[in-house]
Design a protein around this ligand. Structure first.
Ligand SMILES: *Cc1c(COP(=O)(O)O)cnc(C)c1O
Length: 387
């Protein structure tokens, strides 16, 4: 062959037997078949290789490892946590469907409900996340003939309420309604979502699995055959591909997940307890502190806490002063997202919630791997600028 053709049909080989701790990054759109009889193009997540869109070994190893961690039948990957949320809606809902979503859910999830889903004829009704606590009938009363999905997010975004998952799942399953959980806070390991009966558990792998603020990726884990079929078909039909390079970063993140979570839990509790004792702070919303709504449920259901919590300032402070507090922080960065190596702060001048009056007084903190003493010093200095 001409050297120009040999560029494309090389016969160079490497010695067999290579082993390493890292999963190789397999890039590829085309996947080759040995013979025509192997070239099937029907849906078959459990049956070999077909096309790069449905995963290369790098993506499928990551999916397999997340499935093992969460105790799932199968895990599907999405290009981000928000994409994973969209995949779940599109898998379980159709025009005319009704969905229940806690009113403290991740903001862009509520945005999707108000935007695209409404345009598609899917009605998403907000509900009180503390519903079902002790009274399993609470959420049952909201279920309609056309209810296709109930979302849970525990703890909820920013205000951190812990939901009574077993009570909600029992009410939902009595009416054959599947339950999806945004399980990002627990990194898929601090809460055994499938033991509590949820049908679908999603994570923004962007947060703790990536762990370094340099990755966007999401996962949707399922344990029933019905959920596997529903999510798998939708995943394929909308062509939700993930990059093998991103998957390799997530695989690397998994190797240090345990030590990061342990350190983050201890540092976060130290900072949260210090803040709870400051006169400027009315309350601290951290699942492991009794001041957090649903703390007793957290003790019952979770095996640990992670790195985010919120503080609510005393009423004497204005939203401008609270913004000033965040601006005065030097070690904490101001930014969205969490679960990485650096500490972050974010104020919420508007908090679109039907209950609670925390708007303008609440600041969410993400604790990173800095020494807690340096974080406390930074917070103390910023608090002093308020008085
Ligand atoms: C960040 C986040 C998401 C979305 O994840 P992205 O990867 O940023 O799209 C979903 N749910 C929760 C609770 C989150 O915090």
């Amino acid at each position: 062959m001409h050297w120009k053709s040999r560029l494309l049909h090389a016969t160079a080989s490497v010695p067999p037997g290579f082993r390493s701790f890292a999963t190789p990054v397999y890039r590829g759109s085309t996947i080759l078949f040995d013979k025509m009889a192997d070239a099937h193009d029907e849906w078959h997540f459990d049956r070999g290789w077909n096309y790069g869109l449905y995963g290369t070994p790098t993506a499928l190893e990551l999916a397999g490892r997340i499935a093992q961690l969460e105790g799932a039948r199968h895990t599907f990957l999405a290009p981000g946590g928000q994409a994973a949320i969209s995949l779940i809606y599109l898998s379980f809902c159709r025009a005319g469907s009704h969905v229940l979503l806690p009113h403290n859910a991740y903001g862009p999830n509520r945005g999707l409900a108000r935007g695209l889903l409404r345009n598609l004829g899917i009605e998403v009704e907000p509900y009180d996340p503390m519903m079902g606590a002790g009274i399993g009938a609470g959420i049952g009363a909201l279920i309609r003939e056309n209810t296709a999905l109930i979302w849970c997010e525990s703890p909820g975004s920013v205000t951190m309420e812990i939901q009574d998952l077993p009570a909600i799942v029992a009410a939902a399953h009595e009416r054959q309604v599947p339950v999806a959980l945004d399980n990002t806070y627990s990194a898929g390991v601090l809460l055994d979502s499938f033991a509590f009966g949820v049908d679908v558990s999603m994570q923004a792998l962007t947060k703790y699995i990536g762990g370094h603020s340099d990755l966007l990726l999401g996962s949707v884990s399922v344990n029933t055959e019905a959920a596997y079929r529903a999510v798998g078909a939708t995943h394929q039909q909308i062509g939700m591909a993930v990059s093998p390079d991103d998957c390799s970063l997530a695989l690397r993140g998994l190797q240090t997940l345990a030590v990061r979570l342990e350190k983050l839990e201890a540092s976060t509790l130290e900072v949260a307890r210090w803040l709870a004792a400051q006169p400027a702070i009315e309350t601290v919303l951290h699942p492991a502190l009794p001041s957090c709504p649903g703390h007793e449920i957290w003790k019952r259901d979770f095996t640990g806490s992670s790195s985010i919590f919120s503080i609510v300032f005393d009423r004497r402070f204005s939203p401008a002063q609270v913004n000033g507090f965040v601006d005065a922080l030097k070690v904490f960065g101001i930014g969205w997202s969490w679960g990485g190596t650096h500490s972050l702060a974010m104020a919420y001048p508007e908090l679109n919630r039907p209950t609670g009056d925390y708007a303008g007084r609440i600041v969410r903190l993400n604790i990173g791997l800095e020494e807690p003493a340096d974080l406390i010093e930074d917070l103390g200095r910023a608090l002093a600028t308020l008085e």
